[in-house]
Ligand binder design. Structure first.
Ligand SMILES: [Fe+2]
Ligand SMILES: [Fe+2]
Length: 143
């Protein structure tokens, strides 16, 4: 069944978000490595891998729907000047992801698209965990 056109829009926006997140985290990994913080670098490298896995899920779904998975808009890299600012910028980016997936889930519920609701809800849960982790790190409440 052909999905609602807005679902294709959400999938494409989500793909843009995820590829953007890969670029941001990859840059943070490289920069923290240069700062001599190998543990933080490894953390950001792992984040980039997780966001790439999200991009892969969306790419696969777009291909299944017969749509070219084309992300047109990558935003400028904002690495941050120190680990705390980096965490704050990461929290901001994850908050945007939470809003996007929350919006997508609500729309899926409205049109009763269970398949895409499941996809977006899974991503929402993971981005919510990312957001909480960075918000805690940015405010100095990290475990
Ligand atoms: Fe993600
Ligand atoms: Fe994330």
């Amino acid at each position: 069944m052909r999905p609602h056109p807005r679902i294709i829009g959400y999938l494409t926006r989500a793909l843009e978000h995820e590829l953007n997140a890969v670029q941001q985290y990859q840059t943070r990994a490289a920069l923290t490595e240069l700062w001599g913080l190998p543990d933080l670098a490894a953390h950001y490298r792992q984040e980039a891998i997780e966001e790439l896995a999200h991009a892969e899920r969306l790419t696969r779904q777009l291909l299944l729907l017969g749509v070219a998975p084309t992300a047109l808009a990558l935003t400028a890299v904002r690495p941050g000047r120190d680990p705390q600012e980096m965490a704050a910028l990461s929290a901001e980016m994850e908050r945007a992801a939470v809003h996007l997936y929350d919006d997508a889930c609500q729309f899926c519920q409205r049109i009763r698209d269970q398949e895409h609701w499941t996809l977006f809800q899974g991503l929402l849960n993971e981005e919510l965990a990312h957001f909480q982790q960075y918000q805690a790190a940015a405010t100095g409440n990290a475990p």
